[in-house]
Design a protein around this ligand. Structure first.
Ligand code: S3P
Length: 446
């Protein structure tokens, strides 16, 4: 288990207005992929705007353990010298992915069809998360997983010596599972096919095509059918990582609930597989606009402007939108508590297997702060109390979950009494500059 250090409690108090520009860090999903695909290419990949959060740094370290050269050139610029598809060397130590489900699941896919054995572990949060969703499809390639009962880390993967291609329908909407199977398919002869009923983030497909793999997506009656031709030589790339919409969500939502706020969050990727929160906020009546909407690297990008919105209304968030905002439900529930009427979120059972059970973690903390929340296995609803009407005054448990910590710190900016989180330490996994950035906007966090 990785050391996480002593808990760092933090308190947010009624603040505002929040004003200015919020330059959020690079996209976490894209940063992991840039390092892993760079390590699987032959030659030198240059990455700028990499997220230097602990999750991504743990992936960088893992790539070095497999023999790739990974250099930090400063200012978010990184260089990876890859060893080629199937070229990973067997590490002489355990690979510790810290808090990162994306890191460990993608890396398991990447090593599954290399003739090596690798042992993976993580922190207490990661070691309690389900891994059978990845090891089950990897077994179809011929990969063996040996580990704890229930498919939890630590576990050892014994890579397939002679992998066979796979056709796999993902049983849960998960870009991590889809990506693990596609990465295993890279070092497998023939065509690997992944079918997903609901579209999930498509960064793996887009980036693999950029690295020169033959990959296509077809919409059929079965769902989204992704076909990858195995054993390509991946060509090194120059990658500019866009800023993370999941991190942008925090200053945006904080501005919507903090009196007098007007915040600009520049250069945010609005890939439709990621932008569900912003659509939802607009439906609730948020004063949220896309400025300077443009295309960059084939992706829609805009500067988001969020202004204080005291008249937001609760809505039913359609379950079909869940995959495109799966990481944003915790902070949406904070906005919902400041709206009028009930916000109902359905089709969201994946929230129960994230860095924490996010429905449970948010429900406990919101209730402690005076908000009525009802929940079931696959749904939850939050009764809005109106702008600035949440009592607050509670210390919320964050369960080693960065997004739970950031969500409650945003809540505390608009509550009547301060809100405390028991541990703000995990925020460094995805958004290491969160505290500084929010304070610069005018937030009181101490
Ligand atoms: C991610 C996929 C999502 C998301 C996670 C990042 C990715 O997880 O929650 O933060 O980069 O592929 P699932 O695939 O488990 O839905």
């Amino acid at each position: 288990m990785s050391a996480h250090g002593a808990p760092k409690p933090m308190t947010a108090r009624a603040s505002g207005p929040l004003q200015g520009e919020a330059h959020v860090p690079g996209d976490k999903s894209i940063s992991h992929r840039a390092l892993i695909f760079g390590a699987m290419a032959v030659g030198e990949t240059n990455i700028s705007g990499l997220l230097e959060g602990q999750d991504v740094l743990d992936t960088a370290k893992a790539m070095q353990s497999f023999g790739a050269t990974v250099e930090n050139l400063g200012d978010g610029n990184w260089r990876v010298h890859g060893v080629g598809t199937g070229g990973f060397a067997e590490p002489d130590h355990v690979i510790d992915c810290g808090n990162s489900g994306t890191g460990v699941r993608l890396i398991m896919g990447a090593v599954a069809t290399c003739p090596i054995s690798v042992t993976f572990t993580g922190d207490a949060s990661l070691n309690s998360r389900p891994m059978a969703r990845v090891t089950d499809p990897l077994a179809l390639f011929g990969t063996r997983a040996v580990g704890r009962a229930g498919g939890r880390l630590p576990l050892t993967l014994v890579g397939a010596q002679n992998p066979v291609p796979v056709r796999y329908t993902t049983p849960v909407p998960s870009a991590q599972v889809k990506s693990a199977v596609l990465l295993a398919g890279l070092n497998t002869p023939g065509e690997t096919v992944v079918i997903e009923k609901e579209a999930t983030r498509d960064h793996t497909e887009r980036m693999l095509a950029g690295f020169g793999a033959q990959i296509s997506t077809e919409e059929t009656d079965e769902g989204h059918v992704i076909t990858l031709k195995g054993q390509p030589e991946l060509k090194p790339q120059t990658i500019v990582v866009p800023r993370d919409p999941s991190s942008a969500a925090f200053p945006v939502c904080a501005a919507l609930i903090t009196p007098g706020s007007d915040v600009l969050v520049p250069n945010i990727g609005l890939n439709p597989t990621r932008a569900g929160l912003f659509t939802t906020l607009k439906e609730m009546g948020a004063d949220l606009t896309y400025e300077n909407l443009r295309e960059e690297g084939g992706e829609p990008v805009a500067d988001l402007r969020a202004r204080y919105s005291p008249a937001m209304q609760g809505i039913d968030v359609p379950p079909a939108r869940a995959a495109s905002m799966i990481d944003e439900y915790p902070v949406l529930s904070v906005v919902a508590a400041n709206a009028t009427g009930t916000t109902r979120m359905t089709g969201v059972k994946e929230l129960r297997v994230k860095e924490s059970d996010r429905i449970d973690a948010m429900a406990r903390g919101l209730r402690g702060n005076g908000v009525t929340v009802r929940d079931g296995e696959d749904w939850w609803e939050v009764d809005g109390m109106g702008a600035g009407k949440v009592p607050g005054g509670f210390t919320c448990e964050t369960f080693l979950d960065h997004r739970i910590a950031m969500s409650f710190l945003c809540l505390g900016l608009s509550t009547q009494a301060p809100v405390t989180v028991d541990d703000a330490g995990p925020i460094a996994t995805s958004f290491p500059i969160f505290m500084d950035l929010m304070r610069q906007l005018g937030a009181t966090l101490e």
